[in-house]
Ligand binder design. Structure first.
Ligand SMILES: *[C@@H]1O[C@H](CO)[C@@H](O)[C@H](O)[C@H]1NC(C)=O
Ligand SMILES: *[C@@H]1O[C@H](CO)[C@@H](O)[C@H](O)[C@H]1NC(C)=O
Ligand SMILES: [Zn+2]
Length: 517
C-alpha cells in the first residue's frame, strides 16, 4: 500500500512536472515554428496587417505621474485619428466616442433589446522601453513588418487586440452583419498605470447609462502553441480569474543609539526587520490548489497518460489537492505563483550613517493574492510574523497597507468565473471553430492571470463574470512571452490574421441572443 502510494506520488510528480512547463517556462530557446491557420482572405490580407503595424508607430506610453497618465497627448490623438480612418464602418455603424480624454468607447447596437450586452476590453497604452531602444532589432515604435513578424511595443500587449477587434467588427459591419446582442468595446489609455482614468472612468459612464453586462471579455490568456509535453495541440488559456495586488509596509522603530555599544539581544530595528524579511521569504501566507488552478488541472486530465488521469480529475478532493499544491509549489517559481499568495521584498530602508544604529527600519512587501484572499488578512499575517520574531520588542512594529504609485492600497483578487457556465462555453466554442490548425482545434483550459487587467473596473457591471483571453498564438518555448514588456516585442503575421478571424467568430457567437449551453 505504502509502495503504491509512493509510486502514485512519483507518477503524479512526473506528470505535473510535464504539464506545467506551460505558460511560463520561457528559458529554453527552441525554434520550432508551428503550423498556423491561414485566413488571409477573411482577415483582410496585407492591408489589415499594415493598419495594425501603423498603430504600433504611435508612442503611447502611459505614466503614473503625467497629466491624464499620458506622456505624449498628441500621439494618443493621432491614434484616434488612425483608428477612425482605418476602420470607418465602426464609426458609421456604431456609436464610437472618444471619452475620458484618450479612451475609446464603441457601442454596436444589437437587434434584440432584451439580451444583455457583452463588453470587449482592451487598451492602447504601452509600457516604457526602459532605455533599451538600441537593443531592439527594429525600432520599438517603427511598426516594421519583417521576417514574417510585426515588430513593436504593443504588438502583443495589447494593441493587437485593439486592431484585431476593430478590424473584425469593421469587416462584419461591411458585410451587413448585425449582432442580436449589443456589443461594447472599451479601449483604455492607462491600463499599464492602474487603468483608473481610462477603464475606471468608462466603467462610470456605463454605470451612469444603466448598463448591465452579460459578460466581460478582456486580455489575459493566450494560445500557448507549445509548452505542455503530452499535448500536441496548442492550448488556449482562458483566464477565469486574476490575482489581487497590494503592498504591505512593515516598520520597526527603535531608540537607536551609538553603534559602539549595540544591544546583545538582536533587538535593533535592522535585526528585527531582517527576521521579518527572512520569514516572509521562506513562508507564504497561503499555499493551496484553488479554482481556477484546480479547473486548469482538471481540464488537462483527459490528455494525460491514462494511469494518472484520475489523480488529475479528482485534484479538487483531499488529499490530492494538498499534494498537488505542494508539488506545484516546489516545482518552479512560476508554478508556485499559481498555488500561492506570493510575497516579494522590494524596498528595504534603514540607517543614515555608518556609525549610528538606525532609528527606524522599513520594508515593502509586494503581494499578489490568490482568489478568495482579503487584503486585511495580509496586514494580520505580517502583524503575527512581527510579533513572533520581535520578542520583547514586539510593540515597536507597525504594519499597514501601503498606497502604491497609483494612490490606491491595491485591489482584491477577482471572483472566479465559472468554467462550466455559458460564457465560457460560448467563447470556447468560437475559439475551437476559428483557431483550427491542420484540422485540429486547440485544447481550451481555464487559467489564472498573475498580473492585473482593466476588467476589474467593470466587474461589478457583469452578471456572467469575466473571461480574459486574446486569441493569439505564442510559442512559449521559443521565448515569445519574454518579449512582452521586454525587448523585440513582436507577433507573427499569420498569428495576427488568425486573431482577426477568431475575433470575428467570437463576435458572432457572443452576439447571439441565446448562448451555447
Ligand atoms: C431576445 O433575447 C432574449 C434574451 O436573451 C431571448 O430570450 C429572446 O428569445 C430573444 N428574442 C429573439 C427574437 O431572438
Ligand atoms: C465578487 O462577487 C461579490 C458578490 O457578487 C461582490 O460583492 C464582490 O464585489 C465581487 N468581488 C470582486 C473583486 O469583484
Ligand atoms: Zn495589457
Amino acid at each position: 500500500m505504502r509502495l503504491l502510494a509512493s509510486a502514485a506520488v512519483a507518477v503524479l510528480l512526473a506528470l505535473v512536472a510535464a504539464y506545467v512547463q506551460l505558460s511560463i517556462s520561457i528559458s529554453r530557446l527552441q525554434q520550432k515554428p508551428l503550423p498556423r491557420v491561414h485566413c488571409d482572405q477573411e482577415a483582410g490580407g496585407e492591408e489589415a496587417v499594415a493598419r495594425f503595424a501603423k498603430l504600433l508607430t504611435y508612442n503611447t506610453i502611459s505614466s503614473i505621474d503625467a497629466l491624464h497618465h499620458v506622456n505624449q497627448p498628441a500621439e494618443f490623438e493621432a491614434v484616434h485619428k488612425h483608428l477612425r480612418e482605418s476602420y470607418p464602418f465602426v464609426w458609421t455603424h456604431a456609436k464610437a466616442e472618444q471619452v475620458c480624454e484618450y479612451s475609446l468607447l464603441v457601442t454596436w447596437q444589437g437587434a434584440n433589446e432584451s439580451a444583455l450586452p457583452v463588453l470587449f476590453v482592451s487598451h492602447v497604452d504601452v509600457v516604457p522601453i526602459g532605455g533599451n531602444e538600441d537593443k531592439w532589432t527594429h525600432p520599438p515604435f517603427g511598426g516594421v513588418v519583417a521576417d514574417g513578424c510585426i515588430w513593436g511595443r504593443g504588438a502583443v500587449d495589447v494593441k493587437i487586440s485593439v486592431a484585431a477587434i476593430l478590424e473584425s467588427w469593421n469587416q462584419l459591419m461591411k458585410d451587413g452583419h448585425t449582432p442580436e446582442r449589443t456589443m461594447i468595446l472599451a479601449v483604455g489609455h492607462d491600463e499599464e498605470t492602474s487603468g483608473r482614468l481610462g477603464a475606471g472612468c468608462m466603467a462610470g459612464i456605463l454605470k451612469d447609462r444603466g448598463v448591465t453586462l452579460e459578460a466581460i471579455f478582456d486580455e489575459g490568456g493566450c494560445v500557448a502553441s507549445s509548452g505542455i509535453s503530452f499535448i500536441k495541440s496548442p492550448v488556449a488559456l482562458i483566464a477565469t480569474a486574476e490575482k489581487g495586488y497590494t503592498d504591505v509596509l512593515v516598520g520597526v522603530h527603535s531608540p537607536g543609539g551609538h553603534s559602539s555599544m549595540p544591544p546583545t539581544d538582536g533587538s535593533t530595528s535592522a535585526a528585527i526587520l531582517s527576521r521579518v524579511i527572512n520569514h516572509a521569504e521562506n513562508h507564504r501566507p497561503a499555499v493551496a490548489l484553488l479554482p481556477p488552478a484546480t479547473d486548469f488541472v482538471q481540464f488537462m486530465a483527459p490528455y494525460a497518460p491514462l494511469a494518472i488521469r484520475p489523480l488529475l480529475k479528482f485534484c479538487d478532493k483531499w488529499p490530492l489537492n494538498w499534494l498537488v499544491a505542494r508539488v506545484l509549489y516546489r516545482l518552479s517559481p512560476e508554478t508556485a505563483a499559481m498555488v500561492s499568495t506570493t510575497v516579494a521584498t522590494t524596498n528595504v530602508r534603514a540607517g543614515v550613517s555608518g556609525n549610528v544604529l538606525p532609528l527606524d527600519a522599513s520594508a515593502v512587501f509586494n503581494i499578489r493574492t490568490l482568489p478568495g484572499t482579503v487584503l486585511q488578512e495580509l496586514v494580520d499575517y505580517f502583524y503575527d510574523v512581527g510579533q513572533r520574531v520581535a520578542g520583547s520588542a514586539a510593540g515597536k512594529i507597525s504594519v499597514k497597507l501601503r498606497p502604491p504609485e497609483s494612490g490606491e492600497i491595491g485591489n482584491d483578487p477577482s471572483n472566479v468565473t465559472s468554467s462550466s457556465g455559458s460564457a465560457f462555453a460560448t467563447l470556447m466554442r468560437a475559439v475551437q471553430e476559428a483557431m483550427v490548425v491542420e484540422g485540429e482545434a486547440p485544447v481550451v483550459a481555464p487559467y489564472l492571470v498573475m498580473g492585473g487587467t482593466d476588467s476589474k473596473h467593470y466587474a461589478a457591471l457583469s452578471v456572467g463574470g469575466t473571461l480574459r483571453f486574446v486569441p493569439m498564438a505564442l510559442d512559449i518555448r521559443a521565448g515569445e512571452l519574454a518579449r512582452v514588456h521586454g525587448i523585440d516585442e513582436r507577433i507573427e503575421v499569420p498569428a495576427y490574421k488568425q486573431a482577426v478571424c477568431a475575433y470575428k467568430q467570437i463576435t458572432k457567437r457572443f452576439g447571439a441572443a441565446q448562448w451555447a449551453a
